[in-house]
Design a protein around this ligand. Structure first.
Ligand code: URA
Ligand code: SF4
Length: 276
């Protein structure tokens, strides 16, 4: 498992960034509930099975993450998990996964209109992983996650945590842009999530932050989950600590002091968990 102390730290610009984000302290008391984010299509439990486990996923051997009906699962069944691998070995496995499976993938309809697949980016041995929903227009153009407006806010949040993009790993539930930035369908997510599971299996982060309802629903295997009620509460993704929070795009749409404080308090809980 990686150790944050070996990772480069950005100059301590936190105070300036906190002020920029309006995140100058842990909120005192419980702020009022925000309005529900825009409704996403509900998915039925049997349509999106990440694992055979019911929700919330119990802590089980991470190898069982690959117990998913998937054409490439056999190829991965004996694949090394990240525990004893060096960062270089992890990077090589990630590169193989991208080259062999993801970059030419045509498993779901989303392959038709994509310009680029968006595999993921960051430190192959990161302690902290962020998972979003799927690429938008800028990400599709550039082949890199979270490079548009939401990504710029995520960068500021990462900097406020005294980390940089290079310290963490960033990926999405689906690797191809849903047309018009719609929410991926349960079938599209089901087809694509094995790639994300394999990324997690290789990287073995200590903490995963689920950005928004789609990431949280699919990783916690609970289609009915409400992000407004779930955010800020530690959950488990198998044996990995999981923190749900608002998606930066939602935060941009509902850019209230209360919502910024909520997200910042979620990220501060993550910092405390990682000893940052
Ligand atoms: N929104 C996401 O969920 N992921 C991205 O990569 C960009 C925007
Ligand atoms: Fe393949 Fe995922 Fe792209 Fe669908 S979204 S084509 S499963 S890489």
């Amino acid at each position: 498992m990686s150790d944050l102390s070996h990772q480069p730290r950005k100059i301590r610009q936190t105070l300036a960034i906190d002020a920029l984000l309006g995140m100058d302290g842990v909120p005192l008391g419980k702020p009022p509930e925000p309005p529900e984010p825009p409704a996403h299509p509900e998915v039925s439990a049997d349509q999106h099975r990440l694992t055979s486990a019911s929700s919330p996923a119990p802590a089980v051997d991470i190898q069982s993450m690959m117990d998913i009906p998937h054409p490439t699962a056999d190829a991965w069944a004996d694949a090394p998990v990240g525990d004893d691998l060096s960062p270089d070995q992890k990077q090589a496995l990630l590169d193989d996964l991208n080259r062999q499976y993801v970059s030419g993938c045509t498993k779901c309809e989303l392959c038709r209109e994509r310009k680029n697949t968006v595999f993921g980016v960051g430190h192959p041995d990161a302690d902290l992983m962020f998972v979003g929903e799927g690429p938008g227009r800028d990400e599709d153009e550039q082949g890199e996650p979270f490079v548009g407006r939401a990504g710029q806010l995520l960068d500021k949040q990462i900097a406020a945590m005294r980390l940089s993009r290079a310290d963490v790993y960033i990926a999405n539930i689906v690797k191809c842009r849903p047309p018009g930035n719609r929410v991926p369908t349960p079938d599209e997510a089901d087809q694509c999530v094995p790639y994300l599971l394999r990324q997690i299996q290789i990287i073995q982060p200590k903490v995963i932050v689920g950005l928004g309802a789609t990431a949280v629903k699919y990783l916690l295997n609970d289609p009915r989950i409400a992000i407004t009620r779930t955010r800020g509460q530690w959950r488990k993704f198998h044996d990995i600590d999981f923190m749900p929070t608002f998606h930066p795009a939602y935060l941009l749409r509902q850019y209230t002091t209360e919502n910024r404080q909520r997200v910042w308090s979620d990220l501060q809980a993550v910092m405390a968990k990682l000893g940052i």
